[in-house]
Design a protein around this ligand. Structure first.
Ligand code: ADP
Ligand code: TRP
Length: 323
């Protein structure tokens, strides 16, 4: 059997944070040894919100650098920019014509936007269809994402199955892959960590900024001597992502025992985060020093991505009568 095609994307709407790392980047990096991995910088998706050209370019390069620094190996995985294969927008149009409006009205990004009283653009409404096109254009089998993206992969499956019933087997039906232990990473305020909530810790945070953010994690008002509940603490939830099980167990015991203040636990968390990413910081600095390295990786990625995408779009055009 051929190796499974693994595909995932990340939107360049800012600097990647711990939620992105544990929810999508690290699982993606682990998958690169188990199949034919394709990862892309979803700049068309970012354009639903980022309308400053320089910023969009800067974020796109930054996300690619972060991903590479964290261990994505361009020799094993294909790293490319979504907009380098513009055929994806053609496929998105074909799919959008098969998509019932109510299916999209149910999707959470659109619903959240509406519930805040904002007027969503048509692009934001159609966001899951473009994502379906991303997945189907590369005959993807497995899609590693955080839990919040599961709904979108389900829309993709529905659309692929519908198209296959209508036009014959033109699409591979994908499966989402969600790492349960890191399904949702908690942010500084105890909600889901997300760029849109302003509660993130970035992977490549400066030392001072990281310290400040960790020290600012919201806690209850328990005094030093009080017993504290580890089960509801964001400090423990984040520490668990970085520290070995025995260190986490020790912190939990010390929470319950009382006698140590939150500040002390936060310092421990800070050290764990800072040390985990130390080797990646070094790698990122090396990559960032020569922009030609990233240019080369993205150009090569675009070529390899196109080699897969072009026959698929041609197959779809023929089956649908557009050729
Ligand atoms: P954001 O919510 O900050 O805008 P994105 O939507 O760009 O993040 O997410 C990129 C990837 O990171 C997706 O696969 C998403 O599921 C994952 N992800 C984002 N935030 C979290 C989180 N708090 N916990 C787990 N995974 C997350
Ligand atoms: N929508 C995803 C997010 O907000 C990013 C993304 C775009 C994606 N296209 C994709 C993820 C295709 C997986 C597969 O995080």
């Amino acid at each position: 059997m051929a190796a499974p095609r693994i595909l995932s994307g990340i939107k360049p709407t800012g600097r990647p944070h711990l939620g992105n790392y544990f929810g999508m980047m690290r699982p993606g990096i682990e998958w690169q040894d188990r199949g034919d991995a394709f990862y892309f910088i979803a700049d068309y998706h970012a354009f639903t919100t980022v309308h400053q050209p320089e910023l969009l370019r800067e974020y796109s390069r930054g996300v690619a650098l972060d991903f590479l620094a964290c261990g994505l190996d361009p020799a094993r995985a294909v790293l490319f920019r979504q907009s380098d294969v513009p055929e994806v927008t053609e496929l998105a149009w074909l799919l959008t014509c098969l998509t019932p409006m109510p299916m999209l009205e149910n999707c959470h990004a659109y619903k959240d936007h509406q519930s805040k009283g904002k007027v969503p653009s048509h692009g934001l409404f159609a966001y899951p269809v473009l994502m379906a096109a991303d997945i189907l254009l590369y005959d993807s089998n497995i899609v590693p994402v955080g839990r919040d993206q599961k709904q979108h992969v389900e829309v993709t499956r529905d659309l692929a199955e519908k198209a296959n019933r209508m036009f014959g087997e033109i699409f591979v039906v994908p499966t989402p892959s969600i790492v349960q232990t890191t399904a949702t990473v908690i942010g500084l305020d105890g909600q889901k960590m997300s760029k849109s909530y302003g509660n993130t810790i970035d992977i490549f945070e400066e030392e001072k900024a990281l310290r400040k953010k960790v020290m600012g994690i919201v806690t209850d008002s328990a005094a030093v001597e009080d017993s504290k509940d580890p089960a509801t603490s964001s400090i423990v939830a984040l520490y668990r992502l970085f520290a070995p099980e025995s260190d986490v167990a020790l912190m939990e015991d010390q929470f319950r025992a009382g006698g140590i203040g939150y500040g002390e636990f936060k310092k421990r968390l800070f050290v764990a985060i800072w040390e985990t990413f130390a080797p990646f910081r070094q790698k990122r600095a090396e990559l960032a020093a020569d922009p030609a390295i990233l240019d080369g990786i993205l150009a090569n990625g675009a070529e390899r991505a196109r080699a897969v995408a072009l026959p698929v779009i041609e197959r779809v055009r023929r089956a649908t009568g557009l050729r």
